[in-house]
Design a protein around this ligand. Structure first.
Ligand SMILES: Nc1nc2c(ncn2[C@@H]2O[C@H](COP(=O)(O)OP(=O)(O)OP(=O)(O)O)[C@@H](O)[C@H]2O)c(=O)[nH]1
Ligand SMILES: [Mg+2]
Ligand SMILES: [Zn+2]
Length: 375
């Protein structure tokens, strides 16, 4: 396996040059085992590696720590020594979301991916508002979006087509395909994206068929995974960790556990771009600070009433805005806490330094005093 087949390109090579001189080797992270990582090297060798202290301390937040898909510089351990990640190369794309729960941390789902493939179905998983959130996150990541309306064998042609059309309508740039991992429908069409060196990550709710599609792409025989666990209602092969795989004929796949919460990790600019139609309407509101609720002369409300704008899309817009607002507040709070903590740390350091200087002064002979005073 060559580095290029693993997704390496001239920009990576340039970033790596200073590390090469130190005898370190490039590798791509394929698995996150929490304490260790799985890394794939040029010849296809897989190593279990640990993070170097500097990499850990240089990261200002979790999102800056190495993640699956990252390129790193490894110092290969000989004898009993561990193989250590000495540096993480800059990311060319980064697909991330807000970490689950009440935190305001960013969680990296996959680094350096060219394509993010959202898997859904035309049945119970289908949710356009969730799609919008995915599209916003993908727009920010730098990767391109593909949507697979999977399990087509379980729904009517019409239902599948309607679902695909509705998704195309909210994101005209995204490629939308109707697939069945079970019947192999359109698996070839997915494969066409996977030229050597192209990385694609699969995201979507648990049970939509991400791993089944990956198996179909890997060319494994279709396995009957139909037995559903009665307690969790999930198939038996629920994915529990991110993992990167290289297809024999080229292309790099990253499987992910099902995503329950698609929380925003984004900024205002991306949001405004995604909803540029609504933003344009807002310009026409009578009052520049229109809340688009009950204010008179609201162009957005008029558009909803005349049917030019779907109320769901408008609601999606309002909700996203609200969420970003919360995120900002949380970030600000976190920043304040960190600043407070830093200030406190500085104060302690300053105090220690001051103590030391005082102490040294006391040790120093007083001016004019004879240095070797006899007892
Ligand atoms: N009928 C049908 N069933 C499918 C299809 N794709 C997947 N399944 C079934 O759906 C269940 C879940 O599939 P998985 O591939 O494990 O789903 P996943 O998205 O990887 O789920 P997590 O790993 O939990 O996130 C399994 O029982 C599969 O056999 C399909 O195209 N048609
Ligand atoms: Mg899975
Ligand atoms: Zn308005």
């Amino acid at each position: 396996m060559t580095l290029i087949e693993l997704g390496w390109n001239p920009e990576h090579a340039k970033a790596f040059a200073p590390y090469e001189k130190r005898g370190w080797v490039p590798a791509r992270l394929i698995r996150d085992n929490k304490i260790t990582y799985g890394a794939l090297l040029e010849d296809g060798d897989e190593y279990e590696v640990i993070m170097g202290g500097k990499v850990y301390h240089d990261a200002s937040c979790d999102a800056e720590l190495p993640a699956v898909g990252d390129w790193v510089a490894l110092e290969i351990g000989t004898g009993d020594l561990d193989t250590v990640i000495r540096a993480r190369l800059p990311r060319q794309t980064c697909f991330s979301r807000k970490a689950p729960g009440k935190t305001s941390e960013e969680q990296v789902i996959a680094a350096n991916v060219d394509l993010v493939c959202i898997v859904t179905d035309a049945g119970t998983d289908f949710n356009l508002r969730r799609m919008e959130r995915y599209f916003t996150l993908i727009a920010r990541s730098g990767a391109r979006a593909i949507v697979l309306v999977n399990k087509s064998d379980l729904h009517s042609d019409e239902q599948n087509r309607e679902a695909a059309e509705a998704i195309r309508a909210i994101s005209p740039d995204a490629k939308v395909l109707i697939t069945s991992a079970r019947e192999g429908q359109n698996v070839k069409a997915i494969r066409e994206f996977l030229t050597p060196g192209v990385s694609i990550t699969f995201v979507g709710s648990s049970g939509v068929g991400k791993s089944s599609l990956i198996n179909a792409l890997l060319g494994d025989e279709w396995q009957e995974e139909g037995e559903v666990n009665e307690v969790t209602g999930k198939g038996r092969h629920t994915t529990t960790a991110r993992e990167l795989m290289v297809l024999p004929e080229g292309g790099i796949l990253i499987d992910n556990p099902g995503i329950r919460e698609v929380q925003m990790w984004t900024d205002e600019t991306t949001l405004r771009e995604k909803f540029s139609d609504i933003e344009a309407l807002a310009q026409q509101c009578k009052f520049h600070d229109c809340k688009h609720g009950t204010d008179a002369g609201c162009a957005i409300r008029e558009a909803v009433q005349s049917g030019d704008l779907s109320p769901e899309r408008f609601e999606g817009y309002l909700k996203l805005d609200e969420e970003i607002d919360h995120l900002k507040k949380r970030l600000k709070k976190r920043k304040m806490t960190i600043e407070r903590r830093n200030k406190r740390d500085h104060r302690i350091k300053a105090r220690n330094l001051a103590d030391r200087i005082d102490y040294e002064r006391e040790q120093k002979p007083k001016p004019g005093a004879f240095p070797y005073d006899e007892d």
